[in-house]
Write a protein that binds this ligand. Structure first.
Ligand code: G6P
Length: 609
C-alpha cells in the first residue's frame, strides 16, 4: 500500500511533494513524511497521522530544496508511529527511501544487516532497503540500487535520494505501481497519476523490473542491469478538476452524485443505436471462443467482489454459462481447477489490488483467458489481462466505492449480453428489452438522487443504531452484501448481510428490539418469500426499512418504512437499489461524526496481500 512521490527540478520540492501526497492519501494515511536535499544535506521530516499533521510541522520548520521524495503510509509492518513513518534512512543518514509494497524476506535481511553492525530504528520491512544500499554502496548509486534489488523478495516501488548523488533520484519497481511525469526542466515520480497532474500531463508507466533515473536534465529508464529502455510517453487526458471535491462536503457524496454520468459513459458507446446489441470492441472473443467456455470465474475483492456476485446472477441468467465468484485472496491459493476452457473475469476499480492481480496471474498460468473490468487505464490488471473492459467512472477518491461499483455492474450486464449474443442464447427481443432498460438507468439513478432529502429524513431516527442486518434474496442478496459493507466501512456500525431465507438458521437469534433490518424486495418471483422473512424479524421487534420498486403497494403493509426506486428490469435493480444504501451509509456516518472519505484502518487501493 502507501503512496510515494518524488520531485527533481527548479521549484521548491516541499510544496510539490505535499501537493502530490494529498492526491495519494487514498492509498493510506497512517503517517506521512518527506526528505529533501537542503544545501547538500538530507533533511527528513515525518510524523504519524494524516498529511495535515506533516503540513503543520513543515509550516513551522520548512525544508528548502529542489529535490525530494515523499510518502503517505498505510501501515503493514509496524504500527503507525513517527519511527515507522517513511522516509527511512541508513545508519549515517546519508540516504533516504520511500517504499510501497512488502519486502517479504526483510526479517532475514534485517538480522543479517544487524549482525553486520547496522542499527535499525523502526519495525518496518522498508528500513532494510536504505541499510542494504548503505552496505553495498560502491560510489555509484545506480549500480548499487541494481544490486540491492536482487536481494529483495516481495513487492516494491521505491525511490531513493542520496546526499552523495545530489542531482539524482532513483526509482525501481516490482509489482507496485510507479508513474514518471515529464515537465519542462522538472521531473516527477509517483504511485499514481493524480499526484503529478497539477504539473504535467506527459507521463509514462514504469514496468516491473525497470529503474528510472531522474536528474534535473532528463529521465532515463533502464532494465535491472542498466540497459537503456525507450518509453512511450502518453498524454493524460483527464480533467484535473474531476479529481477535486467540486464543492461537495465529501468525495463520497460527490461520487454518489456522479453515478448517472458514470453509468452513461460506461454503457453508451457499447450499446447499438437500435438497442439490439452490445458491442464490445475491446473484448476480442469469437463465437468459437465462447462456445468453448465451460465455466466462468469472477474474481475480485471488497466491493468489486460484490459486483461479481451480481455478475454471477446476470451471466448465468442471460448467457447460460455457470459462474463461480471468488474472493481473490482465496482463489489465488486454492489451486483452482482451471484450464483454457475457462474464462476468468477479474474486477478491480484500481487495477492494482495485489490479490486480484495475483489471481489474474494464477488464471493466466493455468491457461484461462482473462477479461479485466477496471477503472484505471494502464493499471497492472489492465496491462496483464487478455482483454480489458474499462469502467468510465472517472477517478474514485473516497475509500468507500460507489460509482466504481455501479459501473462494474454495467460491466457485468455488458459482458452477460455480449456472451449471450456470441453463444446465440438470447433473442434480439430479449436483448432489446434489457438494453432499452439499461439506457434508462442513468435517468432513473437521477430520480433516486432527487429523493436524497427524503431518504436522509427517513433514516434520521436510525443514526444511533448499533446493529443493522441487510436482507435480500437472489440478486437482492448480492446488493445487501454491498449495503452492509458500505455501512460498516464508513460508520463503524456492526452490519451483516443475509440471504433472507438463511436467517432462521442461527442469526435470527440476534434479532430484537433496537435492531434495524434493511430488507430489499425487488424480485417479484420470490417477493412473497421475502415478505415471510420480513415478518420473522418484525415478530422479534426489529425496525424494518424496506426497499422496492415504485408501484409496489404490498411491502409497506409489512415494514415500518419503504424507500421506493423507479421500476426497471429486475436484473438491473442492483444499480438503483444500491444508491439509497450508499446514501443511508453516508448520512449515518456523517451523523456519527466519522471521517467518511478516509475511514479508519482502510485504504483505497490495497497493494499488499
Ligand atoms: C479496498 C477498498 C474497497 C475496494 C477493494 C478492492 O478494500 O477500500 O473499496 O472494493 O479494495 O479494490 P479494487 O481497486 O480492486 O476494486
Amino acid at each position: 500500500m502507501c503512496g510515494i512521490v518524488g520531485y527533481i527540478g527548479k521549484q521548491e520540492a516541499q510544496e510539490i511533494l505535499l501537493e502530490g501526497l494529498k492526491k495519494l492519501e487514498y492509498r493510506g494515511y497512517d503517517s506521512a513524511g518527506i526528505a529533501v536535499l537542503e544545501q547538500g544535506e538530507l533533511v527528513v521530516s515525518k510524523t504519524v497521522g494524516k498529511l495535515a499533521n506533516l503540513e503543520a510541522v513543515l509550516e513551522q520548520n520548512p525544508i528548502k530544496g529542489t529535490i525530494g521524495i515523499g510518502h503517505t503510509r498505510w501501515a503493514t509492518h509496524g504500527r503507525p508511529s513517527d519511527e515507522n513513518s517513511h522516509p527511512h534512512q541508513d545508519c549515517k543518514g546519508k540516504l533516504a527511501v520511500v517504499h510501497n509494497g512488502i519486502i517479504e524476506n526483510y526479517m532475514q535481511l534485517k538480522e543479517w544487516l544487524q549482525s553486520e553492525g547496522h542499527s535499525f530504528v523502526s519495525e518496518t520491512d522498508t528500513e532494510v532497503i536504505p541499510h542494504l544500499l548503505e552496505h553495498f554502496y560502491t560510489g555509484d548509486l545506480e549500480e548499487t540500487v541494481q544490486n540491492v534489488i536482487t536481494k529483495l523478495e516481495g513487492s516494491f516501488a521505491f525511490v531513493v535520494i542520496a546526499k552523495d548523488a545530489p542531482q539524482k533520484l532513483i526509482a525501481a519497481r516490482k509489482d507496485s505501481p510507479l508513474v514518471v511525469g515529464l515537465g519542462e526542466g522538472e521531473y516527477f515520480i509517483a504511485s499514481d497519476i493524480p499526484a503529478i497532474l497539477k504539473y504535467t500531463r506527459k507521463a509514462y508507466i514504469l514496468n516491473d523490473g525497470e529503474l528510472a533515473i531522474l536528474t534535473p536534465e532528463a529521465v532515463r529508464v533502464t532494465d535491472s542491469i542498466g540497459k537503456a529502455i525507450e518509453k512511450e510517453v502518453f498524454e493524460v487526458n483527464w480533467d484535473a478538476v474531476a479529481a477535486e471535491k467540486d464543492g461537495y462536503e465529501h468525495f463520497m457524496l460527490k461520487e454518489i452524485y456522479e453515478q448517472p454520468r458514470a453509468l452513461r459513459e460506461t454503457m453508451s458507446a457499447r450499446l447499438s443505436n437500435d438497442n439490439k446489441k452490445v458491442v464490445l470492441e475491446e473484448v476480442k472473443l469469437t463465437a468459437a471462443d465462447v462456445a468453448k467456455i465451460k465455466k466462468i470465474y469472477i474474481v475480485a475483492c471488497g466491493t468489486a467482489f460484490h459486483a461479481g456476485m451480481v455478475g454471477k446472477y446476470v451471466i448465468e441468467k442471460i448467457a447460460k454459462i455457470p459462474v463461480e465468484v471468488d474472493i481473490a485472496s482465496e482463489f489465488r491459493y486454492r489451486d483452482p481447477l482451471l484450464d483454457d476452457e475457462d474464462l476468468v473475469i477479474v474486477v478491480s476499480q484500481s487495477g492494482e489490488t495485489a490479490d486480484t492481480l495475483a489471481a489474474l496471474r494464477e488464471a493466466k498460468n493455468k491457461g484461462a483467458r482473462v477479461i479485466a473490468v477496471t477503472n484505471v487505464v494502464g493499471s497492472s490488471v489492465a496491462r496483464e489481462a487478455d482483454d480489458v473492459l474499462y469502467t468510465w467512472a472517472g477517478p474514485e477518491i473516497a475509500v468507500a466505492s460507489t460509482k466504481a461499483y455501479t459501473t462494474q455492474l454495467i460491466g457485468m450486464y455488458l459482458i452477460g449480453i455480449y456472451l449471450a449474443q456470441l453463444k446465440e442464447v438470447i433473442t434480439e427481443e430479449k436483448a432489446q428489452e434489457i438494453i432499452t432498460a439499461m439506457r434508462q438507468l442513468p435517468s432513473k439513478a437521477e430520480t433516486v438522487l432527487g429523493n436524497i432529502e427524503k431518504i436522509k429524513e427517513l433514516i434520521q431516527p436510525y443514526s444511533k443504531v448499533e446493529d443493522v442486518f441487510f436482507l435480500g434474496r437472489g440478486i437482492d442478496y448480492a446488493v445487501a452484501l454491498e449495503g452492509s459493507l458500505k455501512l460498516k466501512e464508513i460508520s463503524y456500525i456492526h452490519a451483516e448481510a443475509y440471504a433472507a431465507g438463511e436467517l432462521k438458521h442461527g442469526t435470527l437469534a440476534l434479532i430484537e428490539e433496537g435492531i434495524l433490518v434493511v430488507a430489499l424486495a425487488t424480485q417479484m418471483d420470490i417477493f412473497d418469500k421475502m415478505v415471510s422473512n420480513i415478518k420473522e424479524v418484525k415478530a422479534r421487534d426489529a425496525s424494518v426499512l424496506g426497499l422496492t420498486f415504485r408501484g409496489n403497494n404490498e411491502l409497506i403493509k409489512t415494514v415500518d418504512e419503504v424507500i421506493y426506486i423507479p421500476k426497471t428490469h429486475e436484473l438491473l435493480a442492483p444499480v438503483l437499489t444500491v444508491i439509497p444504501l450508499q446514501i443511508l451509509s453516508y448520512y449515518i456516518a456523517v451523523a456519527r461524526g466519522c471521517d467518511v472519505d478516509k475511514p479508519r484502518n482502510l485504504a483505497k487501493s490495497v497493494t499488499v496481500e
